[in-house]
Design a binder for this molecule. Structure first.
Ligand code: ATP
Ligand code: MG
Length: 148
């Protein structure tokens, strides 16, 4: 079945690294940093919906409101909608963010701000399944399905 995968996690949590490991061969990556504008993101998102192409929204997607723009349209199109919640301690995300080169190294206040407003995903938002991702060094991800 076509999958709409929504990542939820602060900057430096390991989302894009996890995408490369787990979804690169099967799911189109929708990433606002790369696409630059919501308009371009919307076009690619709509293209995936129309084509029946599985995709990952690789943004922080910190709040219910941020995620709602993807969940309802994907459900309407018959996609299985899945959240991956990157449950990462702030200090680890900060450290990994700091170690990134150049523009990917974002100001610490940005990471803290996202951490503060982070709302863990719930089934009530329309997710068919929620996975929690624990990030362990080096380059290990431990994925746990929700029990409900
Ligand atoms: N499991 C891991 N073990 C060690 N290092 C990791 C792990 N996951 C990611 N990293 C490193 O941490 C840094 C941040 O990871 P990544 O860029 O994937 O985060 P992100 O969640 O995509 O952040 P952003 O939202 O800013 O794009 C990278 O330098 C990456 O190589
Ligand atoms: Mg990323």
């Amino acid at each position: 079945m076509n999958e709409a995968v929504i990542f939820v996690g602060v900057q430096g949590a390991g989302k894009s690294t996890f995408y490369l490991q787990r979804f690169f061969d099967t799911h189109v990556r929708i990433n606002l940093d790369m696409l630059r504008t919501r308009h371009r993101e919307r076009l690619l998102f709509e293209a995936c919906l129309q084509a029946g192409q599985s995709f990952v929204v690789d943004n922080t997607n910190a709040t219910v409101e941020h995620r709602a723009r993807y969940v309802a349209p994907a459900r309407e199109r018959g996609f299985r909608v899945i959240a991956y919640f990157f449950d990462v301690e702030l200090r680890y995300a900060m450290r990994r963010n700091r170690q990134r080169p150049g523009a990917k190294n974002i100001p610490a206040a940005g990471v803290t701000g996202t951490f503060r407003k982070l709302q863990p995903p719930t089934k009530a938002e329309g997710f068919d399944q929620i996975f929690t991702v624990g990030v362990q060094e080096p380059n290990q991800f431990v994925v746990t399905p929700d029990l409900a």
